[in-house]
Design a protein around this ligand. Sequence first.
Ligand code: F6R
Length: 603
Amino acid sequence: MCGIVGIVGKEHAEKIIISGLERLEYRGYDSAGLFVADTQQSHLIKAQGRIKNLSDKLTQDVQGTIGIGHTRWATHGKPSENNAHPHTSENGRLVLVHNGVIENFEEIRQQYLANDSFYGETDTEIAVHLIAALMEQEQLATKEAFQKAVQIIQGSYAFALVDKEAPETIYVAKNKSPLLIGIGENFHVICSDALAMLDQTNHFVEIVDGETVTVTADAFQIEDAKGNLVYRESYEAQLDLTDIEKGTYPYYMLKEVDEQPAVMRRLIQTYEDEQGNVQLDASLVEELAASDRIYIVACGTSYNAGLAAKKFIETMTHIPVEAHLSSEFGYNMPLLSKKPFFIFLTQSGETADSRQVLVQINQLGYPSLTITNVAGSTLSREAKHTLLLHAGPEIAVASTKAYTAQIAVMAILAQGVGNYLAIEAAQEMDIFHELSLVATAMETMISEKAVISQLTEDYLSNTRNAFYIGRGNDYYVSSEAALKLKEISYIQAEGFAAGELKHGTIALIEEGTPVLGIITDALTGSHTRGNLKEVESRGAKTLVIVSEEFARPTDQLVLPNVHPLLTALVSVIPTQLIAYFATLQRGYDVDKPRNLAKSVTVE
Ligand code: F6R
């Protein structure tokens, strides 16, 4: 959701910015823009739609040694060229890009900018006008005005500012929205995500909320909110450019689906010690073991992963688990148990809905763990503990490998805690062996692409809607399967508890409505089959995705058997591929679905 890149001290800043913005495309955006300058000239160019529209506008003379660029995902004001960033002050001197939402923009307009006129409808324009107003009214230098403005502004922001009269400095600040400084030889970059600038450097420095940074070609200076200088070590990004390239794949989503067996194996390597035991921070295991209830807080696909891991954790640890949607939990907190432990599941580590809960949990003093794919992300830094997903960058907006990695990491964690508590079920379990079987089973399903593509065409080519049904964990996977299908193919899909259909929703079944049943559980499988019969007799076209041990000759997709508590890791694979093929067959962009952002940094 919105992306910032910038560079100071290198020729052809415009090219570096365009390629950085392309690498941030995965975050979701609806317009883009850049500003580049050198001592002789400056250019500000914006375009609605894809980055290609922006790069098509760059003529030969658009060059610079300093620049900032932005992809915008509309919050205040519709997607348009006027509302695209960068925005300028009324006198045109200051140029600003911004991620986040300014909450007190109306108050700022009334108090400081009553006589200003605005070009677009964004809160960002208010911010850049405010900096200019402070320079004029209080005779402040650019840096001081910028620092004063960020004290006045409330809300979330990552800002990058250039003053055209001194085009050798980028001023940046951050609060709740991600931003990094990258260190190069005689140049510096800024970016929302290290991925964007990996071809320039892999040494980055984090910026903490409330800090401002003055960035030039040779140096950068971090100051805290009180103006004290801050020194912070750089870190090396553990990312490889090949991780973020599509290679021979037509879409990132397909690459990421295919990577899932390798991710399982990487998790085994990471979390298994030489004796075959789970290696986890002892204090994390002790705190979890001492809790009387685990609250998993997450959004979207991560929430679905939390649900899919619940039974495994409860079986291994005997600690009750509740999964909650962050956006609900934060404002309607349930009565908590006496010794709660909070797990924040978030592939990006930046999701604002989840973060607002973590802030409250920290204020209440409860222990917390963030399970994330992004080391150093906001939720990782702010939770007491972090476990990484080691899934490699997930670029497609539709999450696939992060979902399965989340379930696997929670299973490893539960095994570690269960062993510590000497729970019999954990002692009988060898999670690493089971995950290696899962990896092989995933490969089997991934190799069924041709069959899955054909089934998708047969079942989903002409439909407006579809249902996935299942019970227990199969219900939770149905919810994820339906989310994947609707978010990229735009087929109205619902994941339903199979037994609930007859209590109302069955009224929606018409001649030809696709109903896809997931069956991986001995106890409930026959009931789900009964529910499939019920809808079939009302005209539905049914498809069965079933574990080998319960399969019948007429079933369409058969899953290799894995541990009964880990079936979600395998049954989800054909549903990811169904979503992929349905989207391709409808001619939509698989990786960049409309209206969606990868990293959702507003509530
Ligand atoms: C869907 C998807 C989203 C995210 C949700 C939370 O494919 O990816 O539903 O799961 O926006 O994001 P994270 O996991 O980054 O907190």
